[in-house]
Design a protein. Structure first.
Length: 312
């Protein structure tokens, strides 16, 4: 989530009735519907059922969780598949161990009633972004499918104000907007948007949100139990979406608004039903994409990027 901020960090701590294994999970951002399975697993006692006491912590700086896992300050973190590839090439000892959101959320966002009816209409236009590197590569690939290059647009760093920059006319489009949040936010504010979905614009599909662990020190037994609990939570969410929403939103007042309720509904079909399952071809394809975009110097084998913890 790029533009929606919550007032403070949220720590959900189980109260074990017997000795349990302690685990720390760092979120990628403030608590939001993307984290539904984690919150439900905590609230329903599923972590306790598998002998885990899990501290769930929202970071003060969203860029810190991968670094903290790499330096042994946390057992797991929620991160993004595209960023994981880059972190590994930077030398961080990280691997994907599970999946939270199994589809891309990123999209190229424009005004629904504006002049941009296709990415090809962006020639000579302005495109806002928050994070360089991957987002620029994604935009370049989308533009390429419509006969354009990055030289055909003006890139503007709008920090985290993606939808405000678009709604105010500062830019003609933004890349990096999440379809489950920004689209709803704009609609609620009376300025509907249009998403061009990156996986429909030539980009290889990928897992938006993943669980990462330290490749050198991870405890695969604890991770398997953690993922089993979140899988059970996901099943509960899918089977009881309204009840699950009441449980989730009841954990913090800032979650109890129209935006989060609509985002919750839009996120449900994107949760990984089998968080331990691994699609090796998906990771190989995205590694190749990044190499072809000159963002990484070589292609790592999938075994360095992601593992199936059930096989460990």
């Amino acid at each position: 989530m790029k533009t929606v901020l919550f007032a403070g960090a949220m720590c959900l701590c189980a109260a074990p009735t017997w000795a349990q294994d302690q685990m720390t999970l760092l979120l990628d951002w403030f608590v939001n519907p993307d984290h539904g399975p984690v919150v439900i697993a905590q609230e329903k006692g599923y972590f306790a059922d598998v002998g885990l006491s899990v501290d769930v912590i929202a970071p003060a700086d969203p860029s810190n969780p991968p670094k903290m896992v790499a330096t042994g300050q946390a057992d797991l973190a929620i991160s993004y598949q595209p960023q994981l590839h880059l972190h590994i090439h930077e030398g961080l000892p990280l691997q994907r161990v599970g999946t939270l959101i199994a589809t891309p959320l990123n999209c190229l966002l424009t005004l629904a009633n504006g002049p941009i009816k296709s990415p090809g209409d962006l020639k000579g236009g302005k495109v806002g972004f928050s994070v360089g590197g991957v987002e620029e590569a994604v935009l370049g690939h989308v533009l390429k499918t419509h006969g354009l290059t990055l030289d055909d647009v003006e890139l503007i760093n709008v920090n985290w104000s993606l939808s405000p920059a678009l709604m105010s006319g500062q830019v003609d489009a933004v890349i990096g907007a999440f379809r489950n949040f920004e689209l709803n936010q704009m609609d609620i504010e009376g300025v509907p948007g249009r998403c061009f979905y990156v996986e429909e614009e030539g980009l290889p599909p990928y897992d938006e949100l993943i669980y990462i662990a330290n490749s050198e020190t991870m405890d695969t037994d604890m991770i398997r139990r953690f993922l089993a609990a979140t899988e059970k939570a996901t099943q509960y969410i899918i089977n009881h979406p309204d009840d699950a929403w009441q449980i989730f939103s009841g954990t913090a007042p800032e979650l109890q608004d129209t935006l989060n309720e609509r985002a919750w509904a839009d996120t449900l079909p994107r949760f990984a039903l089998r968080p331990m399952a691994m699609d090796a071809a998906r990771y190989d394809a995205f590694e190749t994409f990044l190499h072809e975009a000159d963002l990484i110097p070589n292609v790592n084998p999938v075994s360095k990027i992601a593992i199936d913890v059930t096989a460990q």
